[in-house]
Design a protein around this ligand. Sequence first.
Ligand SMILES: N[C@@H](CCC(=O)N[C@@H](CS)C(=O)NCC(=O)O)C(=O)O
Length: 210
Amino acid sequence: MINLHTVATANGYKASIMLEEVGLPYTVREYDLVKGENLTSEFLSLNPVGRLPAIVDHDVHETSAGKPLSVYGSAAILLYLAEKTDQLLPRTAWARAKTFEWIGIVSGDVGPAYSGQFVFNIVAPEKIPYAIELYNRLCLRMVATLEQQLAKTHYLVGDEYTIADIIAYPVATVSMQRFPGNLDAHPNLARWAAEVGSRPAVQRGMKVPH
Ligand SMILES: N[C@@H](CCC(=O)N[C@@H](CS)C(=O)NCC(=O)O)C(=O)O
């Protein structure tokens, strides 16, 4: 059995979509970040970073007497579950490396660009034009990168639906949607998002925790 510790955000949905896609049974615990539930000693003992999502896999222990395996972070969770179930990770060297590359792009470039854009446009009490302009431009570059790729390939890595698509879908439909006109102005991204979003596992995962 796997426990999913999560929140209703793009990062949380990446993990719940993956669990739905691979078909492993799991329980869900939702955290209230405003109340600081992610900073309790109980949660920090399984993830010292204190962020969500994280999973605990009770089938795997470091030693026979040790505690169950915990894995933090959407990219690590997707890679772990893909390897555990032998699903959604291509076998050829080229496609496998490109899948890793897209996991890195979405986690390290696209996600932080949209986080910064949200913080400086919406959350920051003081509106700093330089920061707003910087992150708005960065987001436009990121969405253009996805659009260019999806103009060339059906899914992010060729013809095969992979964990690269799973990690990118919640960003495209939650984070990018906050940035007006993003999907509408990018037909290949919109085509891909409609197809990925029609998968039953994706629809179920996008409802976890709600
Ligand atoms: N690199 C992580 C980022 C996780 C992350 O930013 N989690 C946010 C929610 S979406 C969080 O837990 N924030 C609470 C905090 O930073 O205290 C991932 O890809 O999963």
